[in-house]
Design a protein around this ligand. Structure first.
Ligand code: ADP
Length: 250
């Protein structure tokens, strides 16, 4: 289990995360929802160990910044950081070597094939379109196949084929028992299987509920999102059964 406990992160005077706590249950998919600037990327970068913060983050009881925890954790950033002078194939090889992966070639081929980069193997990082860079960013992030994977706004900039492929891939990872945390500010993009949502706003966790709990309340994810981020009258949503029916996710 991944435990985020009382994490506070400031950039200078700007409080990006304020006393953030939540857990990721093994084998579950958690959607981290929130408007732009809510603190989603900051908490992800804290979990992966890129930032200094106050509070504690552990993976199976082990501090997140230890080599042991780092082997279990993976992260796909929103913005690709590719090497302009490495080709697509060399990026995969570079990551494989960095992670000391053996027998990775078949897996690398499968990923490049699924994200339509197989015929771009010899292209350099700076010869790729923005969308292709996003896809290579995904392929290098997925190659090490970590037990816990954090994906920051993974659908942004992808074409419809890649979006479909990534959603399928995410479902396959969930079925195979991976623990996933996926951030997005686009509620409509959350149409894959998911287990729990953590909704953030202004650096705070505003809701942390399971899909089953939301369904039990007769609400859609969108209802809940606006209720907690824009203060839509909870009573009006839950008491008016006709309204509630209309607002239930199709
Ligand atoms: P989200 O991912 O939800 O859009 P972020 O975690 O990127 O939110 O940002 C949370 C807050 O922290 C915002 O107010 C943002 O401007 C600020 N912030 C993020 N990164 C930095 C940084 N490197 N330096 C200063 N402020 C930052």
């Amino acid at each position: 289990m991944l435990e985020v406990k009382n994490v506070t992160k400031k950039y200078g005077k700007n409080l990006a995360c304020d006393d953030v706590s939540f857990n990721l249950e093994p084998g579950s998919l958690t959607v981290l929802l929130g408007p732009n600037g809510a603190g989603k990327s900051t908490i992800m970068k804290s979990i992966i160990g890129f930032l200094k913060y106050n509070g504690s983050i552990t993976v199976n009881g082990i501090p997140n910044k230890t080599p042991e925890a780092r082997r279990i954790l993976g992260y796909i950033p929103e913005m690709p950081s590719l090497y302009p002078t490495l080709t697509v194939g060399e990026h995969m090889e570079f990551v494989a070597r960095a992670y000391k992966l053996t027998n990775y070639k078949e897996r690398a081929d499968m990923l490049l094939e699924r994200f339509e980069l197989a015929d771009k193997r010899k292209k350099f990082g700076d010869e790729l379109s923005k969308g292709m860079q996003q896809k290579l960013n995904l392929c290098i992030g997925l190659l090490p196949d970590p037990q816990i994977l954090l994906l920051d706004e993974p659908l942004l900039g992808l074409d419809p084929h890649a979006i479909k492929e990534l959603k399928n891939y995410i479902e396959e990872m969930r079925v195979s028992g991976k623990t996933l945390l996926i951030s997005t500010h686009i509620i409509d993009s959350v149409d894959m299987l998911w287990d729990r949502t953590v909704i953030m706003q202004n650096g705070h966790v505003k809701a942390n509920v399971s899909k089953t709990e939301i369904e039990g309340m007769g609400k859609s994810l969108e209802d809940l999102f606006f209720e907690v981020t824009e203060g839509v009258d909870k009573k009006a949503v839950s008491d008016d059964s006709a309204d509630a029916e209309n607002q239930t996710e199709a």
